[in-house]
Design a protein. Structure first.
Length: 228
């Protein structure tokens, strides 16, 4: 009469000590009544501008080469949608040309609508682009010997936009689609530049704000190696 009530208690004691096997022959995992601790990390601040404008299938490349490849491909395939996604929605795309001695600066809202001084579309650049799968990274972009316009090094180069940021052409410039303050703000944002020596054309990029910001096309300088 005394042993019967002790047997259930003995079985409970054995289970608490971990002697009970699960169907796979391994001891059951110890359990706890305490709620599990959840550790959360601070997520990086999203690029709000990118979230509004970028196609989610586009690569989030953090190197300038990725942005250049997108631009090169968009120009060659006449893909205005991809090119427009490379444009910073806040600063826009600015195209710099030369009319005699007067710089002409145009703020472009839609790359498909742009026409240069000869009424050619922006995508006519595909006929002048060098083959440039990956621009050679340099500490300083090569400079042309003027007035001949010959570069000491030939090719496609990526380097700091320091020289372009220092240019002051606004006092003499004719401006379309925007104003001087907007253009100077965009110029001051440029960080990296890609130069093609065959034409002297330069493509200037900036990184959009926020953690994980993407490279954006800010300026295209079509004045050539030795602008007047």
């Amino acid at each position: 009469m005394i042993l019967k009530p002790l047997l259930p208690g003995l079985a409970l004691l054995q289970a608490a000590c971990g002697d009970v096997k699960n169907p796979n022959g391994m001891p059951d995992e110890p359990t706890s009544s305490a709620p599990p601790q959840v550790v959360t990390a601070n997520a990086p601040k999203p690029d709000s501008a990118a979230a509004k404008t970028e196609n989610p299938v586009m690569p989030a490349d953090t190197a300038i080469t990725g942005a250049w490849l997108l631009l090169d491909g968009a120009l060659r395939s006449h893909d205005a949608q991809v090119l427009n996604q490379l444009v910073d929605p806040e600063y826009g795309l600015w195209i710099l040309e030369q009319t005699g001695n007067v710089p002409l600066v145009t703020r472009v809202a839609d790359s498909d609508q742009f026409r240069d001084q000869q009424h050619r579309p922006l995508f006519a650049l595909d006929k002048k682009l060098m083959t440039c799968a990956a621009p050679q990274t340099v500490a300083t972009l090569p400079a042309a010997n003027c007035p001949g316009g010959k570069f000491a090094r030939e090719g496609c180069f990526a380097g700091p936009a320091t020289g372009f940021r220092a240019l002051n052409f606004w006092a003499q410039a004719s401006i379309k689609g925007g104003n001087r303050n907007q253009g100077q703000a965009a110029q001051g944002r440029t960080v990296r530049s890609v130069l093609q020596t065959s034409t002297g054309y330069q493509f200037h990029f900036a990184k959009s704000a926020g953690a994980g910001g993407r490279w954006r096309l800010i300026f295209i300088d079509l004045r050539g190696a030795c602008p007047a």
